[in-house]
Ligand binder design. Structure first.
Ligand code: ADP
Ligand code: MG
Length: 684
């Protein structure tokens, strides 16, 4: 994650103590450069947290330094020769030849002609700098230590700041230190002493001082944690205030025990123990007037939809409406067609709102919705567009929530802070992220698979064996089973600029090739991808669902939702183009019936690591976490934009305790919460 470190806000310092130009040596030009680091006022400087700590290492011998091109070293040497070369203009080079008993090395000083006078042959000096290869090893523009002014001794720690063009490490360090010296007194601690003691954190003024001039690594770390806590608490306090503002505003939907049991009996299957447990949690969430914020995490196929349906039924019983939002039209349709029979049998009305609806039909749906003629509305994020008005929206169900961006979630929030919200995902959000994004999100784990699922084996098929794949698929189809053939791209021409393209099969090409084979053509083959009109796509999918087509060639549009229990084979081409979590989602389409299934992965060895993991691991949570590790937290959908909630935390897992402590404090201490939750008031 390559994000400039945000400045930690100090929520307490009322007075920003003025712009940086008030400091000696800072004119408009430098002020502008500092602004690129987010530093505008002196307070920003005080709270500019160094990225890390660097420790001055023991000196090495010249021989060793020569062997370490690329690294930064210190040597203790005697000066053997000094030579100045001028290149015209202001460009010059001073080449200082130095040596110890192990050998000789040159130190190069660019455009610092005064260096020729500064060092003399016979002097004993220390040099600290990067070893470069300039026709032999040399030290490039090293720092110079003399007996009068030695370098910091080994073991000394110095903070390293985030930098920008024209702002050097030394300059910024000196600037911060002088800001602390002159203005550090302005920093006040507002956290009660007992809280600091409990958390083992130093007081804020002390933390600010030691962040810029720490005595050792432990002191720096304590300072870093104290500053991080400052901004975490600000975020959590704001979330908490928003939450308090919401409480009491949601409609409570209460049902009696007998009703609860009756609802659970409506399903065509017996709910798993985990599903029942979560239904119970939803029941008590919905019975409150503070809006529910619950995330249900469950692996692909664990039956999250059934759980969501329960919540919608409870809300409908009390006269409220539910919006059931899916990330794709395909999935929204699937939910609608899958759940409608059940809802109708229960006497509840539902409909589907998609972008492809004719205008008249759309108007009809909207009218029914506004007049309370609908209990559940299925759809994509269009469910929350401005012209969609609910009579009484009590519950928002968001399926595959990780696929929605921040903007879409905001649109939902606009429809009402007071709406109960149920989020569902097969991609686990690490606890730290959930906490920092939502503050008070409750999480339920659907950790049990419905019974009667066949085993899915996954295999990476390579080399000559690839040629046997069509025959293998044919065999299964002939036995009455069905198969998916997935290609990441729709057409091969799509990104013609890419070199490797010739080898990337598009779904269209694959479909054409497969149809050439008479056997396949007789068994029935369909093609679906995202560019088909929704109706046409639904028609083709239906043919596959009913078994009229045995083979479905598809792009990753089928990644979520498609549910055909007779499908037992999945072939994935160019699998190297897909991430771990995505591949796992895809293979979740098979193994939905009792028969054993197989997933055949065709892909380049660059992704071998991923393929091996898939072969060995069936746990979607483990895979998602591994995926996260590989791609970095910032890639998780929607997280980058909200990354500022994690400010101060390079490694959120390490500071999880702080995050939790900040949340608890915001919850338990209204006084502290009010102080910090006002947040931005300290901004100049
Ligand atoms: P996901 O958690 O991936 O969204 P779904 O809700 O789509 O999973 O459920 C996958 C399949 O399992 C569906 O066909 C659904 O009808 C079925 N299912 C859900 N719960 C049960 C259960 N308790 N017993 C049997 N089948 C179930
Ligand atoms: Mg689902």
């Amino acid at each position: 994650m390559n994000r400039t470190r945000p400045i930690l806000k100090n929520f307490m310092m009322q007075d920003p103590i003025g712009p940086v130009t008030r400091l000696e040596g800072i004119g408009p030009v430098r002020a502008q450069r500092l602004a690129r680091l987010g530093v505008a006022c002196i307070r920003d400087l005080l709270f500019l947290l160094p990225r890390r700590l660097r420790e001055w290492a023991e000196p090495v011998s010249v021989a060793e330094a020569s062997d370490r091109v690329g690294s930064t070293v210190t040597v203790r040497v005697r000066v053997r020769g000094v030579r100045l070369t001028r290149f015209g203009g202001r460009r010059s080079l001073v080449r200082v030849k130095v040596a110890d008993e192990s050998g000789e090395i040159d130190a190069l000083f660019f455009n610092q002609p005064w260096m020729r006078e500064h060092v003399r042959v016979g002097d004993d000096v220390e040099l600290h700098g990067r070893v470069v290869d300039a026709k032999g090893a040399a030290l490039a523009s090293p720092k110079l230590g003399t007996s009068a002014k030695p370098l910091p001794s080994p073991g000394t720690v110095v903070p390293e700041y985030p930098l920008t063009d024209g702002v050097s490490q030394d300059f910024l360090a000196a600037l911060c230190r002088s800001a602390v010296a002159r203005y550090g007194d302005g920093v006040v601690e507002l956290l009660p002493h007992d809280i600091l003691t409990r958390l083992g954190l130093p007081p804020l003024p002390e933390a600010v001082a030691s962040a810029h001039a720490p005595a050792n690594a432990a002191e720096f770390d304590a300072a870093r944690r104290r500053l991080a806590f400052e901004s975490l608490l600000g975020v959590q306090a704001r979330l908490q205030l928003a939450r308090t503002g919401r409480s009491g505003r949601a409609t409570a939907a209460r049902i009696a025990d007998a009703r609860h049991a009756a609802l659970l009996d409506r399903y065509p299957f017996a709910l798993t123990v985990a599903q029942r447990r979560i239904a119970g949690e939803l029941r008590s969430d919905l019975a409150r007037t503070s809006p529910m914020r619950r995330l249900v995490q469950g692996d692909v196929g664990s039956g999250k939809t059934a759980v969501a349906l329960y919540a919608a039924m409870v809300v409908a019983e009390s006269g409220g409406q539910s919006a059931f939002m899916a990330p794709t039209e395909l999935l929204a349709e699937q939910h609608f067609f899958g759940l409608r029979p059940l809802l109708e049998r229960a006497g509840l009305a539902c409909d589907l709102l998609t972008g492809s609806l004719a205008r008249r039909d759309r108007r009809q749906v909207l009218e029914r919705l506004e007049h309370g003629g609908l209990h559940v509305l299925f759809g994509t994020h269009a469910l929350f567009s401005a012209d969609v008005r609910y009579k009484r929206l009590d519950l928002a169900i968001i399926d595959e929530q990780h696929r929605f961006g921040v903007g879409q979630r905001a649109a939902l929030a606009d429809k009402g802070d007071d709406v109960h919200t149920l989020l569902m995902t097969a991609t686990p959000i690490p606890r730290t992220l959930a906490l920092s994004l939502y503050g008070d999100l409750d999480v339920s784990l659907l950790d049990e698979m419905p019974p009667g699922r066949g085993e899915v084996t996954t295999r990476w098929v390579r080399g000559a064996e690839r040629r046997r794949v069509p025959a293998l698929v044919r065999e299964r189809l002939a036995a009455g089973e069905q198969a998916y053939w997935v290609c990441p791209r729709i057409g091969a021409e799509e990104d013609a600029e890419e070199e490797s393209l010739a080898r990337i099969a598009g779904a269209e090409q694959r479909f054409a090739r497969i149809q050439e084979s008479e056997v396949f053509a007789q068994l029935g083959v369909e093609l679906v991808h995202g560019r088909l009109p929704a109706e046409e796509r639904a028609r083709r999918l239906d043919r596959f669902r009913r078994g009229e087509a045995k083979l479905l060639v598809a792009t990753t549009v089928i990644e979520v939702g498609v549910d055909v229990p007779a499908a037992t084979v999945m072939v994935i081409e160019n699998a190297e183009r897909l991430g771990l979590a995505q591949l796992h989602q895809l293979r979740g389409r098979i193994g939905r019936g009792p028969a054993p299934s197989q997933c055949l992965i065709l892909g380049d060895a660059v992704a071998e690591h991923r393929f091996r993991l898939l072969e060995e691991c069936r746990d979607g949570f483990l895979l998602a976490e591994e995926d996260l590790r590989q791609r970095g937290m910032g890639d998780l959908a929607g997280v980058r934009q909200s990354g500022d909630n994690l400010e101060g935390l390079d490694d959120p897992e390490r500071d999880l305790d702080l995050l939790i402590a900040a949340r608890d404090l915001a919850r338990e201490r209204p006084d502290v919460c009010a102080l910090y939750g006002a947040g931005e008031r300290a901004t100049p």
